[in-house]
Ligand binder design. Structure first.
Ligand SMILES: Nc1ncnc2c1ncn2[C@@H]1O[C@H](COP(=O)(O)OP(=O)(O)OP(=O)(O)O)[C@@H](O)[C@H]1O
Length: 267
């Protein structure tokens, strides 16, 4: 069990994940572009400014074992932030997270892989990050490569990969490390049509075997098809928790675009 707060506690029985009053605030400093007047008086030097973004605000929910939880919400709602916090990449600003089990590596585009290393070396790093031994990861490297369809490219540096190749490898690493808790950002399965089908099948399989499954997706159809529970985040706040049917319907009403799958895919 990994607990991401100062207070240690006994694992909560029957729960894969427990999130209590979780807030995450990003704090970034940047150089404010000087106005013309300031530029004259300050000789063009910019001012340091601090910007705080409350990406998650006081979010509380439990995930019982056996849950396939869909996470929906507009761009910037806090979905990726929640995944990163659950994966232990981002510490909570406030509140606590309890994760009971080994979580899949979160290798989203541009995060987690080292582009200067080969695909094969990154598979090893991803596997080690998810808690497997080197021997265990080496043993499944071929399977990971074959699933991603990257046999010819696996020893080339990842900076030479297309974005589709990159996300296929990220998806493949995540699903082949036997995680207790599988977290998938559906953007990762956005390869070509053949890969999409293969990825959907694999997600269905793992949903059955993993202790818990988290799916972030803009496709309400996928959430309804693959999940048995759902949450909706909006501007960092948990708007609703319920069945995928209830939550996707409320979200669709909220964004007021009706049930058109084509439009909903792009939300
Ligand atoms: N590294 C960061 N530094 C500063 N602000 C950030 C950072 N990452 C995300 N944010 C901000 O936090 C908020 C939540 O972002 P997040 O990426 O979690 O949203 P999301 O729901 O995953 O969006 P999308 O559907 O576009 O992927 C946004 O306002 C975003 O601008």
């Amino acid at each position: 069990m990994s607990s991401l707060s100062a207070s240690e506690s006994v694992p909560t029985k029957g729960l894969s994940v427990k999130v209590e009053n979780l807030s995450v605030t990003y704090r970034t400093t940047f150089e404010r572009v000087p106005t013309f007047k300031n530029a004259i008086t300050r000789f063009g030097r910019g001012q340091r400014a601090v910007r705080e973004v409350e990406a998650l605000k006081n979010v509380t929910f439990d995930v019982p074992d056996g849950t396939a939880l869909g996470i929906i919400g507009n761009n910037g709602a806090g979905k990726s932030t929640l995944m990163r916090a659950l994966a232990g990449i981002l510490p909570p600003t406030e509140g606590r997270i309890e994760v009971n089990g080994r979580i899949s590596p979160l290798l989203s585009l541009g995060v987690g892989f080292n582009p200067m290393l080969s695909g094969r070396e990154n598979i090893i790093l991803g596997g080690l990050a998810s808690g497997l031994s080197r021997a265990q990861v080496v043993a499944r490297a071929e399977e990971v490569t074959a699933f991603a369809g990257l046999e010819e490219f696996i020893d080339a540096p990842m900076r030479t990969y297309s974005s589709g190749m990159y996300s296929r490898l990220a998806f493949s690493v995540a699903v082949h490390m036997d995680p207790d808790i599988l977290m998938i950002d559906e953007a990762l399965s956005a390869g070509d049509a053949t890969f999409k089908t293969k990825a959907a099948e694999k997600m269905g399989e793992l949903r059955e075997s993993a202790r818990a499954f988290f799916l972030v997706s803009h496709s309400l159809a996928s959430i309804k098809q693959l999940c048995n529970d759902a949450i909706w985040l909006h501007k960092g706040t948990l708007m609703m928790r319920g069945t995928p049917e209830e939550v996707t319907a409320a979200y669709a009403d909220f964004v007021n675009v009706g049930e058109s799958a084509v439009i909903l895919e792009d939300l």
